[in-house]
Each structure stands twice: as structure tokens, then as C-alpha cells.
Design a binder for this molecule. Structure first.
Ligand code: NAP
Length: 445
């Protein structure tokens, strides 16, 4: 056991932590450069994250002036860790090598192992000399927008930065570790009423959905809107449902099981379509789409809410995009941040231009948006969709579950935290938000 992690676990003050020595290594989850071709020629579904993700001690890098070392109490699995672990659509070592060429501190990242993970909740252990707003001992969560503040293009909306990166995916030293390295401008206050693992599963997905559906940079929802949400009980979808409800609009959630539908009902989403039960065949063969099936989905939505969706929250990609463009209302928007089932998209452009629809691309969020999303969590107005908790040693198994769509909501990972349920410092707020509401996804999983 590392002395400083023991001190964190025992609730040591910032002063005590500051005088406790930092270790030279940390336990971390990583993929290896010499294994980046290990799955060559295999089908995606057969590429097994349990083989490519390793857990071992690795050296801690030197700290840059604008960075902090963080004791990661908990982290989460995001789809980007699935992509890294199966080396699709490409190996992430290319990202590290490019970052490595930018500066001396950038060069720390270009290693033969890539520590993954893009979420964390934890305790600040050390701050670099340029860090102003955070101190040793602070309880924080981390958003994953890694911004170069010396690049002029970052200074309107940092997601427009020409070298904008996602921490733990396009950078090294990610959150699936006992100790990680983050820039000070990734830090946000930890919601006081949440446990470490509840606090760790939000920032990436919640901020992404916030930009897509709340921020003027996405397709902001207005009172009375109808919003079709694919994967409505998944990571980004479960936050999308909550943002739509908070906006006084109507979500229509699409899921693939009755259990997920029941979970969404409890979250407040009245209208749910079970795509498994409906058995939509949007593609009649790998090259041909089936407009009659798009029309059937449109009819199903109308029969539930009496109207077409103003906004479609899109991310499955190839399998659903044709249907999404078709079912959106005249003048409506399809907002997309991903393409899980394939990124070479096909849709019938006639339905887009004749009905004056818009396709809007969106990617993660800037610091302001992530901060606003975190503030809603801190107030209990958004709840974490934590459905399962694994240990750091079992990250391969957790990533495998996500790769095969065998999870709901978010999977939390215990890192330095020894057990679940720790880290709650505001039980009164927790009681006001309600234990039942905070545990919806765990109860149905
Ligand atoms: P997730 O937890 O796995 O949820 C996605 C859900 O989508 C699944 O639970 C599934 O729900 C549904 N789905 C999957 N394949 C589908 C298909 N072929 N047709 C219809 N529905 C399908 O993943 P997530 O964390 O929400 O992420 C979703 C995607 O967004 C991933 O590709 C991820 O990389 C991307 N993402 C992008 C950003 C960004 O900043 N650009 C941020 C976060 C995530 P049902 O089976 O219940 O229908």
C-alpha cells in the first residue's frame, strides 16, 4: 500500500497529504504498443479487451506547472476505452506520438504503454506551480477536455481548438489508475452528496449530452419539444433523457429490453420504444436501406406522442442514421456525436433538404459546459446512472461488458477507494435528492 493513498483513505487533511511523500509508481490500466496489432484480421466482436488491457505498476511522470496529481478514488468505463482496447478504428499510440512532438512536457506522453480512462473522482495530492484555484486535499471530479491554452483557436470555444484532445484517450496518464495526472482546467468540485463511484461516472457522458441538448453549441431543447433518444438507458442517453425532462420537453427513449424500459419509466421517461420487440429492419441487406421500416418507426413515435421529433439524439450511426433523418420533424435537427455501429453513414438526402432538416455534429464539451453540467449534478438536478461497480483489477471484464452492450447506464470502477459508498460528505442533500432516485440504475441492473 502507498503511504499517501492510505492517508487519503483515512481522510488526512491537505496539510498532512502535502507532507506525505509521493510514490514513484502507480497501479494503472494500460494497453501496450507492442500489442497494437494483436487483433489484426479479427471481427470487432471477437476482439477481447480482457486480453489487451493490463493492470500493473508504472512510473509516475514529472508534473507540468499547470497540472495536478490526483488520487483516483473511482473512475468509469467509457466507450473510448472500448475503442482503445480493441485498437479500433485505429491504435491510440499515434495520438500519443503526435502529442509527444508538441513540447518537452508533451514528450512524456509518447510511451510504449497508454494509460486509459477519461473519468475520475478523487483527491488532489500535488499541484504544479501555475495552479491557482485548487489545493492539496480538494475533492474533485475531472472532465476530459484536454486543451492547449497557447493555441489561439482554443479561445472562443475550446472544442474548436485545432489540437483539442480527450484525456485518457488521446493523451496518456488517464483515470483508470490509483494516481493520475490532469490539467488544473479539467478539475470541477465533486458533488458532495455522491459516493466516489457515483461521482466518477458522469463527467464524460453528462457533459457530452449537455452540449448536444442544452448548450447553444448543440441543438438546445425548448419547452414542448419532442426528442427521440437512441440508447436512452446507455451512458450519454440516460443523461439526455434527464436534460430533456428538465427542459420541459418530451423524451421518446429507444432501448432494447423491457428491463431498460422500466428503468426509464422510473427516471420519468413516459414514452419508451423497445427496438428488440419492434424488430426494425432499417437495412434489408448491408447495402440497402428500407424506407418502409423508417416509416414504421415514425408511426410508432407518432402513436406515442402525436408528433414527429423536433430533435433526434443520434449516436448508433450507420444502423440508425437513415431512420433518424427520416423521422425528424420538418425543420428538425439530428444532433450526433458518434457512430458506434459504423461511421460511413447513409441517409436519403431528399428528406433532409425538402424538409429543411439539419444534421449537427457535436463532440464532448468545453470547460464552461462541463462545469454547468457538473453544477446540475451538485444540486441533485441530474442523477448518476451508475448501474454496476468493478475493481481496477477487473477493468478488462467491465470493458468487455460494454463492448458487448451487456450493461445499462454507467459502469463505475473502484480505484484507490477500498469499497463502495465512501466519500459522501453531505448526507442531508443526499436525503433530499432521495436514495431511491440516486439508485435507479443499480436497482434495475
Ligand atoms: P453505451 O453506454 O454503450 O450506450 C449506447 C447505447 O446505444 C446502447 O446501450 C444501446 O442501447 C444503443 N445502441 C448500440 N448500438 C445500437 C444500434 N446499432 N442501434 C440502436 N441502438 C444502439 O455507450 P455511450 O457511452 O452512451 O456512448 C455511445 C456512443 O457515443 C459511443 O460510440 C461513444 O464512443 C460515443 N460517445 C461520443 C462522445 C463524444 O464526445 N463525441 C462522448 C461520449 C460517447 P439499447 O441496446 O438499449 O438500444
Amino acid at each position: 500500500m502507498t503511504e499517501i493513498l492510505d492517508a487519503v483513505r483515512n481522510g488526512a487533511s491537505g496539510e498532512v497529504l502535502a507532507s506525505t511523500p509521493m510514490p514513484e509508481t502507480t497501479r494503472a490500466v494500460f494497453v501496450r504498443r507492442d500489442e497494437q496489432n494483436m487483433f489484426e484480421g479479427m471481427a470487432s466482436a471477437d476482439k477481447d479487451p480482457r486480453r489487451s488491457l493490463h493492470v500493473d505498476e508504472v512510473p509516475l511522470p514529472e508534473l507540468a506547472p499547470d497540472e495536478v496529481y490526483l488520487a483516483v478514488m473511482a473512475s468509469s468505463i467509457n466507450f473510448n476505452t472500448v475503442w482503445t482496447s480493441i485498437f479500433e478504428p485505429l491504435s491510440t499510440f499515434g495520438f500519443l506520438d503526435r502529442l509527444g512532438k508538441e513540447s518537452d512536457f508533451g514528450a512524456r506522453h509518447a510511451l510504449d504503454y497508454h494509460i486509459v480512462g477519461s473519468d475520475a473522482s478523487g483527491v488532489v495530492l500535488r499541484t504544479g506551480g501555475a495552479v491557482r484555484n485548487w489545493k492539496v486535499g480538494d475533492h474533485v471530479t475531472v472532465h476530459c477536455n484536454y486543451v492547449d491554452d497557447q493555441d489561439p483557436s482554443s479561445h472562443d470555444d475550446s472544442m474548436m481548438g485545432s489540437n483539442q484532445r480527450i484525456w485518457g484517450f488521446e493523451t496518456n496518464f488517464g483515470g483508470l489508475a490509483d494516481i493520475c495526472v490532469v490539467k488544473a482546467n479539467q478539475l470541477m468540485p465533486k458533488p458532495t452528496h455522491l459516493s466516489w463511484e457515483e461521482a466518477a461516472v458522469n463527467a464524460l457522458c453528462s457533459s457530452t449530452s449537455y452540449r448536444m441538448l442544452v448548450s447553444p453549441n448543440g441543438a438546445p431543447v425548448t419547452q414542448g419539444d419532442t426528442v427521440l433518444i437512441w440508447g436512452a438507458s446507455g451512458g450519454i442517453g440516460s443523461f439526455a433523457v434527464q436534460y430533456v425532462l428538465n427542459a420541459g420537453a418530451t423524451p421518446v427513449g429507444v432501448v432494447s429490453s423491457e428491463q431498460k424500459a422500466a428503468m426509464l419509466h422510473e427516471l420519468g421517461c413516459e414514452h419508451v420504444i423497445n427496438r428488440k420487440e419492434k424488430d426494425y429492419q432499417f437495412w434489408s441487406d448491408p447495402h440497402t436501406q428500407n424506407e418502409a421500416e423508417w416509416r414504421r418507426l415514425g408511426k410508432d413515435i407518432r402513436s406515442l406522442v402525436g408528433t414527429d421529433p423536433d430533435i433526434v439524439f443520434e449516436h448508433p450511426g450507420r444502423s440508425t442514421m437513415g431512420a433518424s433523418v427520416f423521422v425528424a420533424k420538418r425543420g428538425g435537427t439530428i444532433v450526433t456525436c458518434a457512430a458506434t455501429s459504423g461511421y460511413m453513414i447513409e441517409y436519403d438526402n431528399r428528406h433532409l433538404w425538402m424538409k429543411l432538416k439539419t444534421i449537427k455534429g457535436s463532440h464532448f464539451s468545453n470547460y464552461r459546459e462541463a462545469w454547468a453540467a457538473n453544477a446540475l449534478l451538485c444540486e441533485g438536478k441530474i442523477v448518476p446512472p451508475l448501474s454496476a461497480v468493478f475493481t481496477l483489477d477487473d477493468v478488462g471484464e467491465a470493458t468487455y461488458e460494454m463492448h458487448h452492450n451487456r450493461h445499462e447506464g454507467k459502469i463505475g470502477i473502484l480505484c484507490a477507494a477500498e469499497k463502495e459508498g465512501l466519500g459522501i460528505t453531505n448526507p442531508e442533500l443526499r436525503a433530499r435528492v432521495g436514495e431511491d432516485r440516486l439508485t435507479i440504475f443499480r436497482r434495475y441492473a
